[in-house]
Design a protein around this ligand. Structure first.
Ligand code: ATP
Ligand code: MG
Length: 575
């Protein structure tokens, strides 16, 4: 991790790599600030999560942006726990945040901070504003404050407590802190302008009384600063140069500016960008918490969750996630990214890195009648056609195999080119086989397909260049490893999960069929895998060994399907 630089050369180098990167509006601002020496050549960003839930892919975008900028400019990026709300924060979340940021490939070094560590300083600054006549204790209830606030088109009304003397305010504020008053009975408010067209400037609340212990400060405080009052000051204390946040804070910026200017303290530059939205995906910690607490999913790291922990368990790689965040770029206007772009980023990465294996999800028995009964051959299979360096492996072949149910049709429709009676196909890495007959059970369901093989086609090529229109994957029955396979669909049935029918809420859009569990058969090479290892099951998609795996039971998650593979096969092309 880059640390703050005093030496000249590394900084120059850092600036250059930033210039090479495609310039977005945020980097443009930073470059300009460097040119004018606004912050003495420093670049300090921060990622400020509230530890009230697990991080999701939207946070990943912010992490990549903030830590990425620090890296490019040889600056620093702070990790700050924005832990000012005592009610919702837990240590479990702090640990999950550490874990997820590191896993994404970023390191905050010694720069980990907690907004709660600033409570004393923030308190003193509040006193400073009171003394300057710029803050007052208000006895209106939350509802009354709301009623006095006015609307976008009508000005607000002054609080009857707005003109208390400095001495009275200081006394009341001190007593608020000492615990003399009950929760919600008083607040400290900034004295700005109840008629401002910007509602955020209509005497916003700075402190509320909340007799709730905090996960770090215990019961030291019974007044807590609001997000708006603490956020900019935290940035200022840490001497952040560029405070990057999402668009909803754009019209809070005048308030943050007002605070730092009236306190006369370091003034970071806030820059807003559009938050990430993805189709079929819920990106709100509050709602994700509801999914967890309501047992709609199996936990924060359920592979259907858009959390970093969930996507990791699903099989996402840090590189895939970083590439996605980079590819979608930065904008100033809200948009929704198609979830297939996220999936494609994983396909692109795993295509290059994942070991290929053969596995069958809906097994159909295939017997090669003319193959010697007790023979096993070890056939050579390519581990990754994209990367010769990954080498080859041996796959056992024998008389009894499993193929995919879908790869056989007794009565093939016109466009079906895979196995059917009388037809010859290639078994990948093995032989050409021709179907001779089928066996059925009492209900008429096909239980076994019988074939003959051509020994001259070993390895999957025929010496006479005979054409076959399909190549099937398979597993040797007696060598196969049973596995539970979890297939996932979108967690929501609608592209916009919030778009609920009248009288219903967003949970009515939860997809009841987002998880399908199968028992599949895999080639034995997978027995060496460890949870987290990722594979391509040929023709079926990318799969990741799940943490639920035990010595008795393998569990694989399907990370993502292959792109249009079936469509191609149906058209009769060889894969
Ligand atoms: P949520 O709405 O999911 O609860 P939040 O904004 O309340 O998110 P924080 O913990 O405050 O969560 O977020 C930490 C940082 O991550 C903030 O700087 C915020 O701007 C950024 N962030 C949160 N959600 C997104 C998103 N969808 N896209 C980009 N950045 C995001
Ligand atoms: Mg927030």
């Amino acid at each position: 991790m880059a640390t703050e630089k005093s030496k000249r050369e590394p900084e120059e180098k850092g600036k250059e790599s930033a210039r090479e990167a495609a310039l977005d509006f945020i980097r443009e601002v930073i470059n300009k600030d460097l040119e004018t020496n606004k912050y003495g050549g420093r670049v300090a960003t921060r990622f400020p999560p509230e530890p009230n839930g697990y991080l999701h892919i939207g946070h990943a975008k912010s992490i990549c942006l903030n830590f990425g900028i620090a890296r490019e400019y040889n600056g620093i990026c702070h990790l700050r726990m924005d832990d000012t709300n005592p009610c919702k924060e837990e240590t479990e979340y702090v640990e999950a945040i550490h874990n997820d940021v590191r896993w994404l490939g970023f390191d905050w070094g010694k720069h980990e901070y907690y907004a709660s560590d600033y409570f004393q300083q923030i308190y003193e600054w509040a006193v400073k504003l009171i003394k300057a006549g710029k803050a007052y204790v208000c006895d209106l209830s939350a509802d009354e404050v709301h009623d006095h606030r006015g609307t976008l088109t009508t000005p607000g009304k002054d609080s009857p407590y707005r003109n208390r003397s400095v001495a009275e305010n200081l006394d009341l504020f001190e007593r608020m802190r000492a615990g003399e008053f009950s929760d919600g009975s008083r607040t400290l408010r900034a004295k700005i302008d109840m008629a401002s067209p910007n509602l955020n400037l209509r005497d916003p609340v700075m402190y509320r009384i909340l007799k709730t212990p905090h996960h770090r400060t215990g019961d030291k405080w019974c007044i807590y600063p609001t997000y708006d009052w603490v956020h900019g000051q935290s940035d200022s204390i840490e001497r952040i140069t560029h405070s990057i946040c999402t668009l909803e804070f754009e019209n809070h910026r005048p308030l943050y500016d007002w605070f730092v200017e009236n306190l006369g303290i370091h003034h970071p530059q806030q820059i807003e960008f559009a938050r990430l939205n993805i189709t079929y995906t819920m990106l709100s910690k509050r709602k994700l918490l509801h999914l967890v607490k309501g047992n709609f999913v199996r936990g924060w790291d359920d592979p259907r969750m858009p959390t970093i922990a969930g996507l990791r368990r699903r099989g996402y790689t840090p590189a895939a996630m970083r590439n996605f965040c980079k590819d979608i770029g930065l904008t100033k206007t809200e948009s929704v990214i198609d979830v297939t772009r996220l999936e494609n980023s994983l396909r692109d990465d795993l295509n290059k890195t994942a070991m290929r294996v053969m596995g069958v999800l809906h097994p159909l028995r295939l017997i090669i009648d003319n193959y010697p009964d007790n023979q096993t051959e070890e056939l050579d299979a390519v581990n990754n056609p994209e990367d010769a360096g990954m080498g080859t492996r041996k796959v056992p072949f024998s008389k009894e195999l499993y193929i995919e149910e879908e790869d056989f049709r007794e009565d093939p429709p016109k466009q079906f080119f895979r196995l059917s009676p009388g037809r010859e196909v290639r078994l990948r890495y093995a032989y050409y086989v021709t179907c001779s007959k089928v066996e059925k059970d009492a209900s008429g369901k096909i239980t076994t397909v019988h074939c003959t093989y051509d020994p001259a086609t070993k390895g999957g090529d025929s010496p006479d260049h005979r054409k076959v229109k399909a190549t099937l994957h398979w597993v040797s029955a007696k060598h196969a490893v049973d596995t539970e396979v979890r297939l996932y669909d979108h967690l929501f049935t609608k592209p916009d999960p919030e778009d609920a029918e009248e009288g219903k809420d967003w949970t009515s859009n939860i997809n009841p069929k987002s998880l399908e569990i199968l028992t599949g058969k895999l080639e034995p090479s997978v027995t060496k895998a460890k949870p987290g290892d990722r594979f391509q099951f040929e023709r079926l998609g990318y799969f990741c060994l799940d943490a639920d795996t035990t010595p008795q039971k393998f569990v694989f998650n399907r990370s993502v399907t292959l792109r249009d593979s079936w469509a191609k096969i149906e058209k009769g092309q060889k894969e």
